[in-house]
Write a new protein. Structure first.
Length: 247
């Protein structure tokens, strides 16, 4: 990433920080002054779900067309989904402390999201535990598709079951319970954090492409022939980087 392209992301995060500091107290919260954590908590949670579905999309693409580029996009999507889930869990703990009096309240939503985070981290562990790139791509793609079912249940179904009693405010977005400055702050948080995450996603994909190109070059030099082009060294076939990645 060129240095001049970093500044818009930095400015976006600084602007979100300024909004967090200057926003008025929120109504309807036990500690209205510290409800500003929502500007970070809600965007991270929503973006984690978005990158999860992005991962599922690239998992399907990887299965149907197993190329290094598709696998790199899949890995970048799942990594960001996991990182954002961790940030959601941490900011949720801060929210729990200031609003409910304890870092961990065993609230159903808090506990269910812990399982969501562990499932996402399991995908990262699966990739790191495999050395063969073909097996890694196939296993990651299969895991990304299979984990959609439990994560969708834990995120969208379980917390809304009638018998589940939660301290977590479930109508803050759906029923417009947030004050206007907070709705705008959450939307801007989605933009700012998403802006940064998309940039990281692109860098992650291009870094993987460069890594594979360097590996191919090393193999070609070691063999003294064009073996780096004919033998992918245990990687999915296809181009390392294509026009979609380069853009």
């Amino acid at each position: 990433m060129q240095p001049q392209r970093i500044w818009p992301k930095v400015i976006a995060l600084l602007a979100l920080t300024a909004i967090t500091v200057t926003a008025p107290p929120a109504k309807g919260f036990m500690n209205p002054d510290l409800a500003r954590i929502l500007f970070w908590h809600l965007p991270c949670a929503l973006l984690s779900t978005i990158f999860l579905f992005m991962g599922a999309f690239w998992a399907f693409k990887t299965i149907s067309k197993p190329t290094p580029a598709n696998d790199a996009r899949l890995a970048a999507s799942l990594d960001l989904a996991a990182v954002l889930a961790i940030l959601t869990l941490l900011t949720g703990m801060v929210f729990s402390k200031v609003q409910w009096g304890a870092w961990w309240s065993w609230d159903p939503r808090q506990t269910s999201y812990l399982f969501v985070t562990l499932i996402l981290l399991g995908g990262m562990a699966l990739r790191s535990g495999l050395d063969d790139d073909i097996k890694k791509a196939k296993a990651s793609a299969g895991y990304a598709l299979v984990m959609l079912v439990p994560i969708a249940f834990l995120t969208f179904v379980y917390p809304r079951l009638p018998q589940v009693q939660s301290l977590h405010p479930s109508d803050t977005i759906q029923q417009g319970s947030l004050d206007s400055p907070y709705r705008m702050g959450v939307l801007f948080g989605m933009f700012a954090i998403g802006f940064v995450c998309i940039a990281i996603w692109k860098v992650r994909v291009l870094a993987r492409a460069l890594e594979l190109q360097l590996a191919d070059g090393a193999m070609a030099m070691a063999s003294g022939s064009g073996a780096g082009d004919s033998d992918r060294g245990g990687r999915p076939g296809g181009p390392v980087v294509d026009d979609e990645t380069a853009s």
